[in-house]
Design a protein around this ligand. Structure first.
Ligand SMILES: NC(=O)c1ccc[n+]([C@@H]2O[C@H](COP(=O)([O-])OP(=O)(O)OC[C@H]3O[C@@H](n4cnc5c(N)ncnc54)[C@H](O)[C@@H]3O)[C@@H](O)[C@H]2O)c1
Length: 351
């Protein structure tokens, strides 16, 4: 990789991206970090207020579906490496309307690959294109087994189909044009700054405000959960130590049924809110199952653990408690997200 790094991190105003940006800006003062984000409903620059004014941090408001703009961004900033997280990321939204998922997740990724290929022509071996993906590309497991890096792709939702497609394009660029790439596929993340349409922040918000807790089907679906800062740490390790054109699965060996997560959250919240034990559980409301709902995801993360020496730092119960504490201490953040007020921040800060 080139010595002086100008790293383009896409989707840095989102949930995971904001933790990755913070980690890189604070840990690597010699790297210039460019956070490129179009600020969709999921992009919240308030997540990164603490980085405003840092010498090695620049925000670029841009849409990855704009091919010409991507070429300009690479050229004007001398981008040396990419960590690509920008995506439409919510399965339910992809079921309601898949189109945005194809534009951003597939075409947007190809635009970035094209811009990287052009910018790095003649010195492809000195640069890295790191694509951040999901375990959902592997499809659904029954009650046994794990997803390995070699598990054939079998995406089941429009979201996972679009992510699978983008993974294939990244591999195709590595194979065809010899672009240096790496891909990681991670399990479900949780932690501070997650948009409250996803299970854990949604439940915390609704429990606090005594609103129903919608649980799909019987809540039997199993997911493997990882604290978002552990995912950011894994991305750091893969970026610096991952082998060329390899794939790394990232997960916590931490499987939970949705209903058990919701019940655990109810218990933690009862304690924190001083409610009688069992009070919040009364809010659980079973709703019609999501169309094509995958039963179980489970990641085998042995490769990254053994080859790159990464492992999760937090046990789930500890991470969940930290997450609840963060949401309770950041009521204003949650209110601004749920009211939409967070979207004014960019205009105030940057116009
Ligand atoms: N959340 C998870 O549990 C999880 C797990 C594994 C992998 N991932 C992957 O990690 C990445 C980040 O996920 P997240 O949960 O932080 O998502 P998120 O929805 O919170 O954030 C996505 C960010 O991308 C930006 N964005 C969307 N479309 C864009 C476009 N066309 N141009 C520029 N920016 C755009 C949004 O404004 C937002 O800031 C995604 O690629 C996702 O597939 C997520």
């Amino acid at each position: 990789m080139a010595d002086k790094k100008n790293i383009l991190i896409t989707g840095g105003a989102g949930f995971i991206g904001s933790h990755v940006i913070r980690l890189f800006v604070n840990s690597y003062p010699d790297y210039q970090i460019y956070n490129l984000d179009s600020l969709t409903y999921a992009g919240n620059l308030e997540n990164l207020k603490d980085l405003e004014g840092k010498q090695n941090y620049t925000f670029i408001k841009a849409d990855i579906t704009d091919q010409d703009l991507m070429h300009r961004v690479f050229n004007e900033n001398g981008i040396t490496d990419v960590i690509h997280l920008a995506a439409e990321s919510h399965v339910d939204r992809s079921i309601a309307d898949p189109t945005a998922f194809i534009y951003t997740n597939v075409i947007g990724t190809v635009n970035l690959l094209n811009a990287a290929r052009k910018q790095w022509e003649g010195k492809l071996d000195q640069h890295l294109f790191y694509h951040v993906s999901t375990d959902e590309v592997y499809g659904s497991l029954d009650n046994g087994g794990y997803f390995l890096e070699t598990t054939p792709y079998d995406p089941q939702s429009p979201y996972s189909a679009s992510k699978a497609s983008s993974d294939h394009f990244v591999r195709a660029f590595a194979n065809t044009y010899k672009l240096r790439t790496v891909i990681s596929n991670c399990s479900n993340n949780y932690g501070p700054n997650q948009f409250p349409e996803k299970l854990i922040p949604l439940c915390i918000h609704n429990i606090k405000h005594n609103k129903p807790l919608p649980v799909y089907g019987k809540g039997e679906n199993v997911r493997d959960w990882l604290f978002v800062i552990d995912h950011a740490r894994a991305i750091d390790v893969v970026f610096h130590k991952g082998k060329d054109n390899e794939t790394y699965n990232i997960g916590g060996f931490n499987e939970w049924k949705n209903i058990d997560i919701v019940r655990t959250l109810c218990k933690v919240m009862d304690k924190k809110m001083g409610r009688p034990e069992g009070e919040s559980e009364k809010l659980i409301t079973f709703v019609k199952d999501r169309a094509g709902h995958d039963l179980r995801y489970a990641i085998d993360a042995n490769k990254i653990m053994k080859e790159l020496g990464w492992e999760p730092s937090l046990q789930f119960e500890e991470g969940l408690e930290k997450t609840v504490d963060w949401y309770l201490a950041n009521e204003e953040w949650l209110q601004r997200v749920t009211s939409g007020a967070y979207q004014d921040y960019y205009d105030k800060q940057y116009s």
